[in-house]
Write a protein that binds this ligand. Structure first.
Ligand code: DAH
Length: 343
């Protein structure tokens, strides 16, 4: 072998060794491209050797060309092997790091839970639905007519005092207020529907009042049952059965004579909390004036109405002593009710 060929072979061997060690040291497929260009590309280290072929003796040229080609092929194989190895490594790394550990507890964001008052409200609506009452509702902003006048509440009634009612300042409509009770839904329903009527209307009500058992925003469920032969016995029977279903037969419950402008006679119902009586609802036989106000004939139809205090019932259900706990939104307090339980 001529000196020139021996020298070429030495150079090719160097190039191959160099390429091998570089390929061993890299970790990513993307690093391959510039390295490959530096060896096999037009400006790579093999190019000058190929260019130099022309300067060789005619007799040495084929052997030199063959040597370069063999090395070039070997290098191409090396690069392809390296590429496959790096792709494989990348897959293995991903499989190892992205493996799903099925023994880990499930990850999810905290989605919260139904507020205890809403839980009680939902349960009461469900139960009253089973008693045959249809669900309806009305607006929280009311007129004086629906909230008071048509309910036989004259302007002189103490509940109409500014201290109890949040009036709205509105240049367009006079006498708008935040409803102080769900009873206006009775009027709205009777004005839009002929008897028989048997509805419940749950919702928020508003009064300018705050202490341990009064909150400026609280919840009521209004009930109304009008038909040709609904009597006070139906009122007592329905509400007693309702409260017994809620609290069990042995929970003391009492009916007290009371006064509401829109019922006659009227009662209030208390439940024994274990330490004291708590008023949970007002009720009565719908006043003939109210029936007349909505175009019903009190000689033909009559019935009873009731208004449940949902927040009070929630306090009894959960043994909560101060209504304000329900609205402070202390998550430690609210979390205790996540599982729900019997009403
Ligand atoms: N609206 C009354 C209140 O908020 C509760 C009430 C009493 C509702 C008697 C009624 C009823 O339907 O018949 O104090």
């Amino acid at each position: 072998m001529s000196d020139a060929l021996a020298e070429l072979q030495r150079q090719l061997a160097d190039i191959e060794r160099e390429a091998r060690s570089t390929l061993h040291s890299i970790a990513r497929e993307s690093e391959l491209v510039p390295i490959r260009a530096g060896v096999l590309g037009k400006k790579g280290v093999l190019s000058p050797l190929l260019a130099a072929l022309g300067k060789l003796d005619g007799s040495a040229r084929p052997a030199a060309g063959a040597l370069i080609n063999v090395t070039k092929l070997a290098l191409e194989v090396l690069f392809e092997e390296a590429r496959l190895r790096l792709v494989q490594q990348a897959i293995e790394t991903r499989v190892a790091t992205e493996r799903v550990d099925v023994t880990l507890p499930g990850r999810r964001s905290e989605i919260g839970a139904t507020h205890p008052v809403q839980q009680v409200m939902d349960d009461l609506v469900d139960l009253l639905g089973q008693f045959g009452f249809d669900l309806t509702d009305g607006p929280e902003v009311e007129t004086e007519d629906y909230n008071f006048n048509l309910l036989n509440m004259p302007a002189s009634h103490p509940a109409r005092d500014m201290q109890d009612t949040f009036y709205l300042q509105n240049g367009l409509v006079a006498g708008l207020l935040m409803r102080t009770q769900t009873s206006p839904v009775q009027v709205r329903t009777m004005l839009s529907q002929k008897p028989p009527v048997r509805i419940i209307a749950p919702g928020k009500v508003f009064r300018c009042d705050a202490d341990a058992t009064h909150s400026p925003v609280f919840h009521q469920i209004e009930g109304l049952w009008i038909d040709t032969d609904v009597t006070m016995a139906d009122l007592k029977g329905t509400l007693t059965h309702f409260l017994r279903t809620l609290y069990g037969d042995d929970r003391p419950v009492r009916f007290r004579p009371s006064f509401f402008p829109f019922t006659e006679p009227s009662v209030e119902v208390d439940v024994w909390t274990g330490t004291r009586w708590m008023e949970v609802l007002g009720a009565g036989m719908v006043h003939p004036n109210v029936l007349r106000n909505v175009g019903y004939d009190p000689e033909e139809v009559q019935g009873f109405a009731f208004g449940l205090g949902v927040d009070r019932l929630a306090m009894i259900r959960y043994g909560i002593t101060d209504i304000r706990y329900l609205w402070e939104n202390d998550a430690r307090f609210l979390r205790q009710f996540v599982a729900g339980g019997a009403v």
